[in-house]
Design a protein around this ligand. Structure first.
Ligand code: SAM
Length: 314
């Protein structure tokens, strides 16, 4: 497939931000000045991989600086990662060298466009976290993973959640216009995709609320939590497209390549519409993290800005 404009923008952006990416999205200091999105997403993915009982081979596509691959290797899963951005792969190799895992970084990580990947063996699972939003089409991803995963194997595809526009009350909501009635219908029909049924929502909410109360009783005594001095990070280029999906849309794309959608786990719940996050970002981000268990319930569909779709190859 020929290199598109969007692909070049994506590659250049990720090469540019490789130095700040870990601090920006994994929040190693645990300060919550930014939302530790990639760290939480990785935790959600690891939890699902463990639930599915996957032990063999894994391929992480768009692996960034290799955090998921290294965690999987630590668990004894034979994981590899590929990424289009050379600087991300350099970071991944360095991270592997610094870890306790004894593996040759050149055999684990490779800088390559997913379109150019040659299948030499099959995997028990393929993952793409924070990847589909940057691709021109879903076809690019599913046509690549179809021969990579063996029958009965799994794919975890993470997407930005289109339903979230109904909750976010921002420019994306305004842009919905004509799509609104269909989106609300799809939202109502999406309950079936959540692994935790609606009747368990009150119980989950109670546990989440108790965690939030405990956190707030500590936070009010420490003014640092009120800080809103968010560090400056490189902005996304204005022309960069970040696509959104509903579970129904990604289900339809995957079906053409022999994948069945098993369930979706929403993640990154917002305690209030995002606009409130600007005033007390640390508290907002921490509460978002504490609310994550709601993502396995149907409530996640409109409160969470992303989801991980779990597919099985039939
Ligand atoms: C948002 S980052 C996520 C990185 C990592 N998965 C994580 O969660 O930390 C998306 C990654 O996908 C990579 N990527 C985008 N398009 C790609 C393509 N066509 N082939 C391979 N990697 C790609 C980018 O270079 C970038 O490192």
């Amino acid at each position: 497939m020929k290199s598109t404009k969007q692909k070049k923008i994506t590659k250049d952006f990720f090469n540019q931000v490789s130095g700040e990416w870990f601090g920006r999205t994994y929040d190693p200091a645990g300060k919550y000045l930014t939302f530790p999105g990639n760290k939480i997403r990785m935790e959600v993915a690891l939890e699902e991989i463990s639930r599915l009982g996957i032990k063999g081979r894994a391929l992480d596509i768009g692996c960034g600086e290799g955090q998921l691959v290294i965690e999987l290797l630590k668990k004894g899963i034979n994981a590899e990662g590929i990424d289009i951005a050379e600087d991300m792969i350099k970071g991944a190799k360095d991270n592997l060298k610094k870890s306790k895992v004894r593996k040759n970084p050149d055999e684990v990580f490779r800088s390559i466009d997913l379109d150019r990947f040659k299948v030499s063996k099959q995997y028990d699972i393929a993952t793409g976290l924070g990847l589909l939003e940057y691709l021109d089409t879903d076809k690019e991803f599913f046509s690549m993973v179809a021969p990579v995963v063996h029958n009965g194997g799994y794919v975890l595809a993470e997407c930005r959640n289109k339903f979230f526009n109904l909750f976010s009350a921002n420019q994306y909501t305004v842009k919905l216009k004509n799509e609104l009635p269909e989106l609300i219908k799809e939202l109502n029909d999406s309950i079936k995709y959540s692994p935790v049924p609606p009747k368990k929502i009150p119980m989950t909410q109670l546990a989440v609320s108790s965690g939030i109360s405990k956190f707030l009783s500590v936070a009010v005594k420490n003014r640092e939590w009120l800080s809103n001095s968010v560090p400056h990070y490189t902005n996304y280029p204005p022309k960069m497209v970040r696509r959104q999906h509903t579970p129904q849309e990604i289900e339809a794309s995957a079906k053409k390549y022999g994948f069945k959608l098993e369930y979706v786990v929403y993640w990154h719940p917002h305690p209030y519409p995002p606009v409130y996050g600007k005033n007390f970002p640390r508290i907002f981000n921490k509460i978002s993290h504490l609310m994550n268990p709601l993502g396995r319930t149907p409530l996640g569909a409109w409160m969470c800005s992303s989801f991980i779709a779990v597919f099985r190859k039939r």
